[in-house]
Design a protein around this ligand. Sequence first.
Ligand code: HEC
Length: 136
Amino acid sequence: MKKIVTASLLLGVTLFASDGYEVYKKNCQSCHVEIIEKGEALKNLRKMKAPPMVEVSNRLKENIVIKDDEEDLHRHLFILFVKDYIINPKLDNSMCHAGALERFGVMPSLEGKINSEDKQAVAEWLYDRYENVKFE
Ligand code: HEC
């Protein structure tokens, strides 16, 4: 009995959890290109409204440094940062380089446009999507 309950609970979670990629397409894609090579990005800078997601993900991963190389904790801190940033984008919090900030300006807040499940899902997606995918 216990097993069945656990199984249906797990199933419930997967059924109702948001799909991070869908959230990306709905809320982020209009500004952040999903994947592009660095050379292409530089050529198309004028057409872009924000840094490509592959760059955002890689830069955040590099900038979030923890003492012992603990992948879970690293991912956790990354997700916390992203969830906070999309609601409270601030110059002081941005890890974007100065040139990009000057070019694009600070990201507009998505407050009221995204619920907490979608925030969690898109932040997880942003970490996992670019596992071993570098911006180069
Ligand atoms: C209206 C355009 C726009 C939309 C929509 C948008 N962003 Fe951004 N975003 C920006 C711009 C511009 C920047 C670069 C300046 C900055 O760091 O604030 C940025 C930067 C970021 C950063 C980098 C912060 C850093 O310090 O490097 C993250 C993370 C981010 N966006 C996540 C998201 C996610 C996730 C979504 C969708 C849920 C999203 N953005 C939707 C425009 C947008």
